[in-house]
Design a binder for this molecule. Structure first.
Ligand code: SF4
Length: 220
């Protein structure tokens, strides 16, 4: 693809949706579980996070106040499968401290506009841009685009270098209907990055190959 137009973005979304179907993200029962998952998934695979979440649930710590008052040791032991347990326990604690200022109520946080809330989240040690945007999108249903490693790789292959020079997240937000579609789009990109657009891409059979700059140059 030469340019990143609204209709091209819609085409990508629809093609991925037709190929993979609805992804049902974020896989969690409560907003707090989404927040915990978004912190634990940093630098690890989702399957490891799932084990940690199950551990937390088993010992009754998948509840903000109970997690807040538990010891670092107990928390670190439960989340060990996600890697970096002490660091991630610290990050969860930082988030919980921030959350306590809102009486552990996401509705209180939801009163802020997207930019203000993003700035507040980014002040929490351990919440970077990707995690903040995940929370904005999947907890607060704000239409933001998550620019993670999968997304960067996928778009840089799909579009020409020229188009990538003017990559604007806003364009993607404008091309899609609402936060629900944004959330679906992100999940579809992750799924596609696992199925086809891997670090070593499997372009054969890729549903986007005929429009992909990288894929169309290959002659397999
Ligand atoms: S054709 Fe290849 S590089 Fe392009 S999106 Fe598909 S898997 Fe990725």
């Amino acid at each position: 693809m030469q340019k990143m137009t609204l209709s091209e973005i819609q085409y990508i979304f629809e093609t991925l949706f037709d190929a993979y179907g609805p992804q049902g993200w974020w896989p969690a029962y409560t907003p707090f579980e989404i927040a915990v998952g978004a912190i634990l998934v940093q630098n690890t695979m989702w399957r490891n996070v799932k084990i940690s979440i199950k551990n937390l649930e088993k010992i009754g710590l998948l509840e903000p106040y109970r997690m807040y008052v538990t010891s670092n040791e107990k928390l670190a032991a439960a989340i060990k499968p996600s890697g970096f347990p002490r660091l991630k326990a610290e990050r969860l604690r930082n988030f919980l401290h921030f959350f306590s200022e809102f009486s552990f109520d996401f509705e209180e946080m939801n009163k802020y506009d997207t930019e203000t809330l993003r700035k507040l989240l980014l002040k929490v040690n351990g919440i970077g841009k990707e995690t903040a945007d995940s929370l904005l999108l999947y907890i607060f249903k704000r239409p933001v685009f998550i620019l993670d490693a999968y997304t960067k790789r996928f778009f840089s292959r799909l579009f020409s270098k020229e188009a990538m020079k003017t990559f604007e997240k806003e364009k993607i937000v404008n091309a899609l209907k609402d936060a629900k579609e944004m959330g679906e789009f992100h999940a579809l990109i992750v799924q596609h990055s696992k199925a086809h657009c891997r670090s070593k891409p499997i372009c054969s059979g890729c549903p986007l190959r005929k429009v992909c700059e990288f894929g169309s140059e290959l002659h397999e």
